[in-house]
Design a protein around this ligand. Structure first.
Ligand code: FAD
Length: 345
């Protein structure tokens, strides 16, 4: 939390309106929202019930009204829509201007942002401008009921050895970024009522330092947090060729490929595939762990999976205890059989 003397007038001004409500900053790219935005809206709804306040969403972009309508279906009471050509592609400066505009006008007591690359960049830029405290990369969010109304933002600290709950007592809004995959989104309800309120943000393109010259799309876009099926491999694969086999199984099941840290460190697969404490936190419906022992640093990243299948030669490997289905055997025999079965169905 910054020093109190650093606070600007607008953050402490006594004549200003009360800070009320929870604002979720929705992240969208090309009109497609990142699931973490809906997960945060779900969590914001649960917290708003304790506080007795509104859930607000902010949708920024150009031509993104459908995303605003979806935000209502996912739990927002009011959606602020900042629709501007300068917001067509993410850039720190115009996006933070738009968020600051909404914070100043509508005064949410809590602001939540997904801890994606974009969200981390944006939240930091906003917190320093207000200025207020920001708890980054949270894995638990809750609130203390009135009168304190404090955001309880928790995140692992000291290599996951303890959970630190960080409070922002003096400044408003209280800000946090939260990891994708740790909260559950509500079932979207297209019949939910809410209001969409356009906001006029003054953005002058000539004063924005960064220009978008070209957008190059990567073909290998790994979206582990969004995958419904993940087939992950570890040191037990013995080399990069193992991942070709896992890719076949993932393709047959319509899923993605994940990895443990040693497999990434050995250079068998890119870090974008890593699951765990220093990788991604995932919540697929099905997680198949092949040749992974189940160290705690791996388990924290995939314990939200609905069903875990482990393939391991060692029946005593910790992953076997964490699995719903434990297959004891050589993965080079078991995985081809699984591929055959998956293709047959
Ligand atoms: P191992 O522990 O070596 O396990 C290999 C397994 O494969 C064994 O159980 C073995 O029985 C099995 N096996 C071998 N051959 C076969 C075969 N042919 N068929 C079937 N099974 C076979 N780890 C992560 O995964 N993600 C992280 O984000 C992460 N972050 C970390 C952060 C910190 C600060 C630290 C200290 C560690 C971190 N680690 C992380 C590392 C973690 O502690 C473990 O070392 C790692 O998860 C082990 O990877 P593994 O299961 O692939 O390898």
């Amino acid at each position: 939390e910054p020093d109190e003397t650093a606070a600007t007038e607008q953050s402490v001004s006594p004549e200003s309106r009360e800070w009320r409500g929870i604002l979720v900053v929705v992240e969208q790219h090309d009109g497609e929202a990142r699931p973490v935005s809906w997960q945060l809206l779900g969590q914001a709804r649960r917290m708003a019930e304790k506080l007795g306040c509104e859930v607000m969403a902010l949708v920024m972009g150009h031509g993104v009204e459908p995303v605003a309508r979806l935000a209502i279906a996912y739990g927002a009471d009011v959606v602020y829509l900042a629709n501007h050509p300068a917001l067509a592609t993410y850039r720190t400066q115009p996006y933070s201007e738009a968020v600051l505009h909404v914070i100043r006008h509508f005064r949410p007591e809590i602001v939540l942002v997904g801890a994606t690359y974009t969200g981390r960049d944006l939240a930091g830029a906003i917190a320093t401008r207000i200025p207020t405290g920001l708890t980054a990369d949270c894995t638990m969010l809750d609130v203390e009921p009135p009168p304190s109304r404090l955001l309880l933002a928790s995140r692992p600290a000291f290599s996951e050895k303890l959970m630190a709950t960080i409070l922002c007592k003096r400044h408003r809004p209280q800000m946090a970024t939260a990891r994708p995959g740790v909260f559950e989104a509500l079932e979207p309800d297209p019949g939910r009522t809410g209001r969409i309120q356009p906001v006029e943000v003054v953005l002058d393109e000539s004063r924005i330092a960064a220009r978008v010259v070209e957008i190059a799309r990567s073909h290998d876009r790994v979206r582990l947090e969004e995958a419904r099926v993940i087939v992950a491999g570890g040191r037990g694969l013995g080399g990069p060729q193992g991942f070709r086999l896992l890719r076949e199984l993932a393709d047959a099941l319509g899923g993605e490929v994940g990895a443990s840290r040693p497999a990434v460190e050995a250079g068998w697969i890119d870090h974008a595939h890593q699951v765990g404490q220093t990788g991604h936190t995932v919540r697929p419906r099905l997680y198949i762990a092949c040749g992974i022992s189940g160290a705690v640093q791996h388990l924290v990243g995939m314990s939200g999976a609905e069903t875990v299948v482990a393939v391991n030669r060692d029946p005593d490997a910790p992953i076997m205890a964490a699995a719903d289905v434990a297959i004891v055997g050589d993965l080079y025999e078991v995985v081809p059989a699984l591929i055959e079965e998956a293709r047959r169905r």
